[in-house]
Structures are given as C-alpha cells and as structure tokens.
Design a protein around this ligand. Structure first.
Ligand SMILES: Cc1cc2nc3c(=O)[nH]c(=O)nc-3n(C[C@H](O)[C@H](O)[C@H](O)COP(=O)(O)OP(=O)(O)OC[C@H]3O[C@@H](n4cnc5c(N)ncnc54)[C@H](O)[C@@H]3O)c2cc1C
Ligand code: SF4
Length: 570
C-alpha cells in the first residue's frame, strides 16, 4: 500500500507515533532495525538456574549489552559499534529489538515542571524550551492515562501531579527513608512508575515478580509491545517491518523528504520506500546519526547546531550500606516490588532556594531490602559459617540512595559527528561521541553525595563500602539490570559517563530556526514533512526522567502532523 507516514524505530516514541497516526486513519509503515519479539518470549529465570549465574558465557556480555537474562533484547555491539573522541569515556546504552529500550527500561515517569522548561530565563544559562508546562500538560495527561503511572498526588510545584493509578505500597526501608526525609524538611513521595497497580485496557496489574528489566511477560509495565503496538495494529493501518536498518532519508527536489532507504538486516539488500511524512524515532543519537547521514553537513541543519548540545543527566552515583534497624529481619520479596521513594529536587527551583555554587539540581531516589543476590558479600571481610551468618543478617537490611536526574548543562563542546573511518555491519558510518562533564556537573554530584549521606544517616543507616551497587532488580545498577557490575569487586568503581541512559539534545528545539533544528512540535524547521521524536528536541535536560516528556512531545507532534495533513496547520 502507498504510505502516508514512515516511522523509523519502535521504541517508546516510535510506538506512540505509530499509534497516533494509525488511529487518525493514516497508512503507516514502521521500520525497526531489530528483531521481532513477543511477550510470550519472556521467561523468569533465577540466577542459580543459569550456567553462568547471570554473568553470561565469557565474552557474551562484551558483545551484547545487558545480562545473561536479557541480552537478547539488547544490542549486538559488534554489529553496531560507535567511537569516542580522546578524553571521552561514554557508554551508550542501546537496544535493537521490536520495542527498543521500552522493553527493559526502569519505568520512572515524572513530569517536568515550568521551572525546568524556562530554566534559562531564571538563571541565564542556555536556552529555554520552545514549549511551556501549560503546552505540555494535556499531553502528559493523555500519555499517563494510557500507559498507566502509579504515583501519589502530592501538590509539589516542582514535581507536578498527573493522572495516576494508586501508588505501590512502601517496604520497610522505604518507610524509614520517607520518615527521614520528612524530618529533614525535604519533599518525598513514592517513586512514579509506568507500571500498573490496576487493570487498564486489558493489561493486568503488576504481580511483583521483579522481572521487569528482562521483559514483562504479562504487559503490566508500559512498553511498545504491551501498550501502543496492539491497538495500533488493530486499526489495520499499520505495517511493521522488523530487521530493517534505515540507512538514510531521501529528499526530492521540492525540499521535502521523499522516503527512506533501509537495508534488510540479513540479506543486506537496500530497499527504497516513500511516504508523505517521515518520522525519525530511532532514539536520540540514532536520529541525529540518520540526519548526519542524509545530507552533506547534515539534513535540516541550516542552524549548524545538528549534533551539538548533547546532554545526559549526571548519574551512576549512590550512597549505600545498611539500615541497622532491619538487621536480622526475615527474608522478604523486596526486589519483587520495584518502586522506591523519590526526593524531588528542592534546590534552585526559585529565588528562595537558589544556590550560590551551582545552577540546576537533581532528584534522589532511595530503596532497600533483600536483593536476589547479596552482591556486597564479595567485599565483606571474613569466611566460614560466622561470615555467612553476618551476610545473612545484613541481607534484608541493605539500603541505598541514588541520584536520579542530575541535570547536566547543555554545552556545544558535547557533540556527535560521523566517524570518518568506522562503519557498522551494513557499511553505514557510525557516530563518534565527544562528551565530558563540566564543573557544574561535578558540583551536582558532590552535592548529591553530601545530601544522600545526610538522608542515610538521618534514617539511622550505616554507609558501607561495597554496597555502592547492586540494588534490587529493576533499578539502574540493580541486580540483573544492564547496569549491574560484572564483578562485585568493582562495586564502587566510577562508572563511565552515559550510565544514566538519559541522553538527549543534538537537534534542539528553538523558537527561531537559527538557534536549533526542531520547532516546538519536533518538526524540523527546514523540511516541512520531517519530524524527529525522541530526546533530540531537549535544549536542557531538567532533573526528571526524560521518557515521559519524550512521549508527550511525540503525541503533541503527531497532533500537529495530523492537522498539517488535513490542511489545518502550516
Ligand atoms: C536500563 C534502562 C533503564 C531506563 N530507565 C528509565 C527510566 O526509569 N525513566 C526514563 O524516563 N527513562 C529510562 N530509560 C531511558 C529510556 O529507555 C529511553 O529514554 C527511551 O526508551 C527512549 O525512547 P526512544 O523511542 O526514543 O528510543 P528507544 O527506546 O531506544 O527505541 C529506538 C528504536 O529504534 C530502533 N532503531 C534505531 N536505529 C534504527 C535504524 N537506523 N533503523 C531502524 N530502526 C532503528 C532501535 O532498534 C530501537 O528499537 C532507561 C533506559 C535503560 C536502558
Ligand atoms: S514486576 Fe510487574 S511489571 Fe515487572 S515484570 Fe513482574 S509483573 Fe511485569
């Protein structure tokens, strides 16, 4: 069939774009570089049932991201290399599969607040967003109502409430941390997660198996294959082609995108397909790579900013140890319930809370309790039955506070370009990443450590070496997650940048075409039928998890595209 729209990628944003456009009656072709996968393919496996106890056959996890349990829904690094500039230590966490990273993301879903959209006006650094909270609110409402976010209504101005399902109950450690945060006078709330606590559109509530990062076999967490793809396919307007690696966008002589060329993953045969609208939703950096590949100097790059102002929230830091109150407590299924608590940012949100030594802020999360495997054991001194007793007594008392959305400043010096030499498995040039932290970013990490220790001690906790990583399954750095350390002895090692997996920017939105690549609807300023959905549009990262905002921007952009297709928008 002739296509009205081509959507590149099937992750969180691609799934939403396909749904919105197919629902509006448009004929849509979704091209996904990875393989088809189904919910029924996901299995529960305990570490003790696995030959390599989750670490994988030697060499396996160097080739694939993730763990022995979930590498099949990650990415083959040999097929998909990238390079980094000297001085850059950046790990780009990717996934190539139907559903993309939505299959194993940690589901934290919080709205950005007005102070983040207009941060530049407040502190003078960088550029404001071309949208306000009022523009985004109806789209946050729509996305939350459909994906299902469990959370508590709090009324914190810096952490806007939304359309929520009831929150998950807190476990013992989280209850202790909540009381500690309140007694410090800090805001606190259960972590907001796109994970059902009530049935929604035939999706069942979560049964707390803790398998989320390996793929949910019942569809209780939001991902493309459980939530957006089924209704999109039901319209009869969507065709999905997996194992289709898009290589570039083709233009016509009238400054419109004509179509794309993709390469069949296994035969390596190039195929041309055309459509009235082209939507890039292959994830932030892949979208930018495609634009760089599609024209000399980059497609839609009259501003010269394509590839620049890459941001990734500062992450990877945690303060951890035990809560002595819980020492010797019986074993519980703490890692089956993946909520935790959030301490929203309470610094630099207005004049009253302004800091003199750094701008912007961060969110803290905390949790604790029993994990699938006591990762701390390897660095705990001793041996024999006494040692085992000590490990067991601390097993349910583990606790950690980690940084969630440390805002990193957008800087021109952090950018991506095409590597002039290295190509991927299909002969397509790869990205070269230039990325470092600045002083403000480092001050945010240092301040987090100070505050996290304060919270930990207020909770009566003992900070301990060796507890820095390996929290409950489902959390960044948690057991079985792609961030889990390959070797517990490396538990406190400094992670390379990129560990927070919140990369955004590189085609920022701007009110004026001279300052950025995209307009406020994520359509390129230069090409009227080319839209880019993902984190590309972010001129600043804010301190919230980014994906809810990416999805809300996608739905808003689709509304604009549909209006444009019907002749109701320019
Ligand atoms: C372990 C982990 C935990 C996370 N936790 C959170 C969290 O708690 N909260 C949060 O907000 N965010 C979180 N994130 C980030 C979140 O997953 C991403 O922001 C989100 O998935 C981005 O959606 P996307 O659709 O832009 O890209 P993706 O989900 O990455 O999907 C992109 C898709 O496009 C496909 N693709 C790429 N290039 C091509 C091509 N050339 N041709 C065809 N197809 C292509 C890929 O195969 C992939 O399927 C987490 C990420 C990870 C890895
Ligand atoms: S814990 Fe809930 S959301 Fe996660 S995999 Fe299990 S049922 Fe699915």
């Amino acid at each position: 069939m002739p296509f009205d729209a081509i959507v590149v990628g099937s992750g969180a944003c691609g799934g939403w774009a396909a749904l919105e456009l197919a629902k509006a009656g448009m004929k849509v072709l979704m091209l996904e570089a990875g393989s088809h996968v189904d919910q029924k393919d996901f299995r529960h496996t305990f570490l003790y049932q696995m030959d390599y106890r989750g670490q994988g056959k030697p060499g396996l996890l160097r080739r694939y991201g993730g763990s022995e349990r979930n590498y099949r829904i990650m990415l083959d690094n040999e097929e998909n290399p990238y390079t980094t500039a000297p001085g850059t230590v950046y790990r780009w966490g990717r996934s190539r599969v139907l559903g993309g990273r939505s299959l194993h993301w940690a589901r934290a879903s919080d709205r950005m607040a007005e102070y983040e959209f207009k941060a530049a006006s407040r502190d003078g650094y960088g550029m404001d967003w071309a949208v306000s909270y009022a523009d985004m609110k109806p789209y946050y409402d729509r996305v939350e109502s459909f994906i299902g976010v469990n959370a508590a209504l709090e009324g914190f101005p810096q952490f806007p409430d939304g359309i929520f399902q009831p929150p998950m109950p807190l476990n013992c450690a989280e209850t202790i941390f909540t009381a500690a945060s309140k007694s410090l006078g800090w805001p606190v709330t259960p972590r907001r997660l796109a994970q059902l606590t009530r049935t929604l559109n035939n999706r069942p509530p979560c049964h707390y198996c803790g398998n989320c990062v390996n793929g949910c076999d019942v569809g209780a967490m939001f991902n493309t294959i459980s939530t957006t793809l089924p209704p999109a396919l039901k319209t009869g307007n969507l065709e999905v082609r997996t194992d289709s690696v898009v290589a570039h966008v083709r233009m016509n002589n009238e400054n419109r995108a004509q179509g794309v060329t993709y390469i069949e993953r296994y035969t390596k045969k190039p195929v041309d397909v055309d459509a009235k609208y082209i939507i890039l939703a292959g994830s932030t950096l892949e979208n930018t790579r495609l634009m760089l590949l599609s024209a000399k100097g980059g497609l839609a790059n009259s501003s010269g900013t394509l590839g620049q102002y890459m941001i990734d929230q500062v992450g990877g830091s945690a303060v951890a140890g035990i809560l002595p109150k819980l020492k010797g407590a019986p074993s519980r299924l703490d890692d089956g319930k993946s909520s935790g608590i959030t301490v929203p940012n309470f610094q630099n949100i207005d004049q009253k809370t302004a800091r003199k030594d750094f701008i912007r802020g961060y969110v803290m999360n905390a949790t604790g309790g029993q994990t699938e495997y006591p990762m701390f054991a390897a660095s705990f001194p001793g041996y024999g039955s006494e040692w085992k007793k000590e490990i067991k007594s601390r097993y349910a008392a583990q606790a950690r506070v980690w940084i969630a959305g440390g805002e990193m400043l957008a800087r021109k010096e952090n950018f991506v370009e095409l590597d002039p030499e290295v190509k991927d498995h299909w002969g397509i040039p790869v990205l070269k990443i230039h990325f470092t932290h600045c002083d403000n970013d480092r001050k945010i990490i240092a301040d987090f450590h100070e505050k996290a220790e304060e919270l930990f001690r207020k909770a009566g906790g003992e900070v301990m070496a060796g507890f820095g990583r390996g929290g409950p399954a489902g959390f960044p750095g948690g057991a079985g997650s792609p961030d889990a350390p390959p070797n517990p002895a490396n538990a406190d090692r400094q992670r390379p940048l990129g560990g927070s997996i919140h990369e955004v920017g590189t085609a920022r939105m701007s009110a004026s075409p001279k300052d950025g690549v995209l307009n406020s609807f994520c359509r390129t300023h230069d090409i009227p039928n080319l839209y880019v959905f993902g984190g590309n549009a972010f001129p600043s990262s804010g301190d919230k998890h980014p994906t809810l905002t990416m999805m809300a921007l996608t739905v808003r952009g689709c509304d604009h595209l549909i209006a444009q297709a019907k002749g109701r928008a320019s």
